[in-house]
Design a protein around this ligand. Sequence first.
Ligand SMILES: CC(C)(COP(=O)(O)OP(=O)(O)OC[C@H]1O[C@@H](n2cnc3c(N)ncnc32)[C@H](O)[C@@H]1OP(=O)(O)O)[C@@H](O)C(=O)NCCC(=O)NCCS
Length: 169
Amino acid sequence: MIRIRSELPEDVEAIYSLNQEAFEGTAEANLVNNLRTSNAMTLSLVAIKNNEIVGHIAFSPVTIEYDRATVNAVGLAPMAVSPEFQRSGIGSQLVEEGLNRIRTAGHDLVVVLGHPEYYPRFGFVPAKKYGIRWEHDVPEEAFMIKELREGALKEVRGTVKYRPEFNEV
Ligand SMILES: CC(C)(COP(=O)(O)OP(=O)(O)OC[C@H]1O[C@@H](n2cnc3c(N)ncnc32)[C@H](O)[C@@H]1OP(=O)(O)O)[C@@H](O)C(=O)NCCC(=O)NCCS
């Protein structure tokens, strides 16, 4: 039985350890701390199993820029599930709950850089299809976007920029 809830102040250490373990390094764990310090997490959810944090997902603000127009959107990153509990649906629950909450909060678009076999199941499509690219060069199928309001993708194109904290990863 998994419970998903927003992070609480007392979760900070467990979230750090979880990211460190899942990513086998401290870069993503530090990124989460830096986003939190900058008050730049749109949403931070944890997955709880037997009173322990076994999953975490963060969303932060991004911009999509074209000429002088800027559209605000949200980026999904990072996401981590404890290696012991991977491939049992916890990551999917975090994504679904995160997307629902982001949509309810009024956001229209969400982007993700990640496994191209994983995110399409939640409705993400390659961003390039819509004339949207990440500011850095990545394999085009790895940068994906999803609209949370019908028609939102028709209204935008351009270059996606994440928060500066991501430049340190
Ligand atoms: C990616 C991750 C968050 C998925 O969480 P999860 O709880 O295992 O995901 P779910 O159980 O909901 O879904 C499992 C599916 O994820 C996909 N998946 C998981 N890890 C994957 C990987 N390293 N590469 C590609 N696909 C992967 C598989 O398609 C798997 O489906 P299958 O079991 O049918 O083969 C988790 O594996 C993780 O923490 N990995 C290390 C950190 C990481 O890479 N984070 C993502 C950064 S964008």
